[in-house]
Design a protein around this ligand. Sequence first.
Ligand SMILES: Cc1ncc(COP(=O)(O)O)c(C=O)c1O
Length: 388
Amino acid sequence: MPLPSTERILLGPGPSLIAPRVMRAMAAPVLSHLDPDFVPMLDEVRASLQRVFRADSKALTIATSGTGTSAMEAAVANAVAEGSRSVVIVTGYFGDRLAQIFERYGSTVRRVNVDWGRAVDPQRLRDELKREGADIVGFVHAETSTGVRNPVKELAAITREHGALSIVDMVTSLGGHEVDLAGWGVDIAYSCTQKCIGAPSGLAPIAVSGPARERLIPCRSFYLDLKLLEDYWAGRKYHHTMSSTLIYALREALLMVEEEGLAARQSRHERNHQALAAGIEAMGLSLLPPESERLWTLNAVRTPAGVDEAAVRRTLLTNYNIEVGAGLGPLAGKIWRVGLMGASSTPQTLLQFLAACEVALAAHGHSVPEGAGVAAASASLRSALVTA
Ligand SMILES: Cc1ncc(COP(=O)(O)O)c(C=O)c1O
């Protein structure tokens, strides 16, 4: 199989497109993980992550080697003790994965199950914690399987009121939605590099607030032990052979995030989501979550009745070079997951998608009003330009 020669238009749930600048950074010569020219870059990444997570000045902010799941597991392995009592909010596939990891680390988990496609009502967490307390509460900010945004600020405040520790999945929100660890009182949060941050997969940012650092437990995983990782990131003590290439990429991507500015970047994600949603609705299609609970970074589009979901995706991929994602679990065959994250969140990509989607739907027996999606999205983008 030859290497790819054209850029796939990555509009799935991740990875997303990577800016040429970040790709070029990865072509720099490899340095060893303890090279004096390399280790200052770790400091830059730590400092940038602290600003991007908006963590307090005493927080630990590093990245684990591995994809988002490695930081997910690190969060649990360093905070969830065997025999602890926990509550995990399950609004989709990734909330369920978090609950499973809690269970693997010996916690007794009470799940707050929410219909897929809806955000949790914070009152449900309050009631659950009142009924029976918990040591730790876990939940997902941006549920990539359903396109739903959960109210982190409220959930973190309730968790804190009850003296429990919060672990929050920000894999699909960091760099796209507002994230404010210190302001919201989140204890531990983690993310990934391949979605809204704009680097390839392979590293996973994690943040532990100053107060939460005091509550970490002895970690049974050697590879994911945050104390050992801190000894490497800050203390320059060998732990594992960190990839300098991936750090170059993450550093460059974070530089781009900060150059754009967190507020401007969030507005871009919001604007492009609104335009896509307008286009989708003008085509007679619909998004799964109610408007007030939608992510800007991941759009869950309902597959119209009678349409072969996988066939439409295949046409988009083979004829238009566009990747979108399939539904997971109970939503398999019922939705497409269209990601507009990081460098994939642009007017060009969303207009291309809407135009191609119209043709792919028609090719599979579902006609939509001609040009309506692109026209509505263009109008939305135009009005955003006027009001900016
Ligand atoms: C919300 C959420 N959490 C965790 C993960 C796992 O991340 P990874 O696939 O990078 O291991 C994903 C992946 O899409 C995700 O969307």
